[in-house]
Design a protein around this ligand. Structure first.
Ligand code: GLU
Length: 421
């Protein structure tokens, strides 16, 4: 039973281990295997001296963690955020391991982060920071080793700088060293919206299971970055009504539906949703408590916790963010019959199209947007079915079902490879 009085664990790596342990228990995994899979294979901490525009040098701290490579090279994004910690990056790296296994793409899990406030850096400072960070992690990344991609506050420009830096160091163009690149530089059609599109594909499946009609469904989206804003656009295309959204500054609410294109234009022009017309301004956290059919946490970790879970009023949750729900909140949601699509399934569309990009780079042969989206749809629907089946088989929720599926796959690969030497 959920303990509502004890202070809740909010360290993402501790949470990631709890989620893993639960699946390991279901699978009756041997202790030595649990030990192996709970640990990150490699953690690199780097100092990044950057010449600032003012002339002085500031030193930033960066990380790259490779959690597991049993099923293939490490894969995962790079995050720029003032609150990045090594434990957070370790958690995110392990979630990548389980995510890639859930959708069955041949990667392990990795993640990177730099402690910085990207909003206060000039474009020149961002470029110098990115290039030096890329140089510092160069020894452990590469198309066959560890392939970074965008995450919170990094984008295709960041990836282009990393690709160029690694290419300069190695003396040849290394397209497949990162994914999420611009189309002009070996990027893939469909990668930019892939996280949201993958989320929509599994949301459609969840609607079928729960008997919710996506057409006319009321959707609340917490976080209006790449994943959240693209989900808003795509879900509108399915006839859903986006009634609440927020970015890091403020939230907006409109019972009759928010004009998503107009909200995006406003954010592009002014930098935030603050002052967006034709909608009521609300506090960001209120988006999570909006009565709706589908709630889409698409910001950061620990958004739905024991503090607010009782006020969450939705039928379906689509976790486009990584780690937005704590284990305590998970139990409370399951008790109330709320159908939650876990991050390692719901947001796996991003890394899935990253995989397609990496494949296209290695073959120097590029797919059409339709090929990308059709393949993504197939992958996401198959993954949904497998997770739903597992959760049914073990009479548990979708997160635990996904973990059981993923941990089983990684454990099997580890067993077959054996422990070196
Ligand atoms: N950062 C994204 C994620 O958390 C994408 C990772 C990738 O494409 O490698 O899944």
């Amino acid at each position: 039973m959920t303990n509502h009085t004890a202070p809740e664990e909010l360290n993402p790596f501790e949470i990631a281990k709890q989620q893993f342990d639960l699946a390991a228990e279901y699978l009756k995994l041997e202790d030595s295997m649990r030990d192996v899979l709970r640990h990150a294979k490699r953690q690199l901490i780097v100092s990044i001296p950057v010449k600032m525009d003012s002339g002085h040098v500031e030193v930033f701290e960066g990380y790259r963690v490779q959690h597991n490579i049993a099923r293939g090279p490490a894969k995962g994004g790079i995050r720029y955020h003032p609150q990045v910690t090594l434990d957070e990056v370790k958690a995110l790296a392990s979630w990548m391991t389980w995510k890639c296994a859930t959708v069955g793409i041949p990667y392990g899990g990795g993640k990177g982060g730099v402690v910085c406030d990207p909003k206060s850096l000039s474009i020149g400072e961002l470029e110098r920071l990115t290039r030096r960070y890329a140089f510092e992690i160069a020894p452990i990344i590469g198309p066959d080793r560890d392939i970074p991609a965008p995450d919170v506050y990094t984008n295709e420009q960041t990836m282009a700088w990393i690709m160029d830096t690694i290419s300069m160091v190695r003396g040849h163009t290394e397209l497949a060293v990162v994914t999420g690149k611009p189309l002009s530089l070996g990027g893939s059609y469909g990668r930019a919206e892939a996280t949201a599109r993958g989320g929509l594909y599994v949301a459609r499946e969840a609607c079928r299971v729960k008997g919710v009609d996506l057409k006319g469904a009321r959707v609340a989206i917490h976080g209006f970055g790449n994943a959240g804003s693209n989900f808003a656009k795509l879900a509108t295309g399915d006839g859903a009504r986006i009634i609440a959204i927020c970015d890091s500054r403020c939230g907006v609410y409109a019972e009759n539906g928010i004009n998503v294109e107009a909200a995006l234009r406003h954010k592009d022009e002014t930098g935030s949703l603050l002052g967006f017309a034709n909608a009521e301004e609300i506090p960001c956290e209120q988006v999570l408590e909006t009565e709706c059919d589908i709630l889409v946490p698409s910001a950061l970790e620990n958004s739905i916790t024991l503090k607010n879970v009782e006020r969450v009023k939705t039928k379906i949750i689509v976790e486009l963010a990584n780690g937005p729900t704590t284990p305590g909140a998970d139990l409370a949601l399951a008790d109330r019959g709320i159908f939650l699509l876990p991050d390692i399934l719901a947001n796996a569309g991003g890394v899935t199209v990253s995989y397609y990009e990496w494949v296209q780079n290695q073959y120097s042969f590029f797919w059409t947007e339709k090929q990308v989206n059709d393949s993504l749809e197939q992958t996401m629907r198959t993954a949904f079915r497998s997770v739903h089946e597992k959760s049914g088989l073990h009479n548990t929720d979708m997160r635990t079902g996904a973990y059981i599926l993923a941990v089983e796959r990684v454990a099997e690969a580890t067993r077959m490879r054996g422990i070196f030497p």
